[in-house]
Design a binder for this molecule. Structure first.
Ligand code: S3P
Length: 177
């Protein structure tokens, strides 16, 4: 387990694929630190992600997100699990950080129908205004290649519980270790 837990585990994927919940379970199971980028951006800025988007724009949010990812990864010589926001791969600097071969980057995948079913009606994600299905389809189309570029592992999450996905992630990483 030390080999596996010694490398940072970074979860990427579309919103609604369970990155935060799964990341927390994996960190608990391995007894290592957990970082959720969205939550840490919110803590650091004192504002909700939706407020940052509304007041300062997406670019400002991406800058905060990128800085934080860099900080967490540069400190990650101790084992850690990092859950990223769905748009992390849209920034070249982030893709560069995430293709570091010493990271275990895992793409959590879910169908658009599955994601739509998981999101609550009052979800405040700023990029999901209007027609959610077409927003998600267009985000997936524009991001899929970059998710696949950074991911060392891909885990399908359709129909699986958080615990089952966490188990599947650990299995994938262990098989490769
Ligand atoms: C975003 C996903 C969100 C959050 C922000 C932007 C995106 O994170 O970072 O709303 O661009 O896909 P989750 O993937 O955790 O929902």
């Amino acid at each position: 387990m030390s080999n596996l837990a010694g490398r940072p585990i970074v979860l990427v994927g579309m919103m609604g694929t369970g990155k935060t919940s799964v990341g927390r379970v994996i960190a608990d199971r391995l007894g290592i630190d957990f970082h959720d980028l969205d939550q840490e951006v919110e803590r650091r800025s004192g504002k909700a992600v939706a407020t940052i988007f509304a007041e300062q724009g997406e670019e400002a949010f991406r800058a905060l997100e990128s800085d934080l990812l860099g900080e967490i990864l540069s400190r990650a010589n101790s084992p850690v699990v990092v859950s990223t926001g769905g748009g992390i791969v849209t920034i070249a600097k982030n893709r560069e950080m995430l293709t570091d071969p010493t990271l275990n980057v895992v793409l959590l995948e879910a169908s658009i129908d599955e994601i739509l079913g998981r999101l609550s009606d009052d979800d405040v994600r700023p990029l999901l205004r209007g027609d959610r299905r077409s927003a998600l389809e267009s985000l997936w189309r524009s991001r899929e290649a970059d998710y696949r570029l950074v991911a060392k592992f891909v885990v399908q999450t359709n129909g699986l519980s958080v615990a089952e996905v966490a188990q599947a992630v650990l299995r994938e990483i262990q098989v490769a270790a």
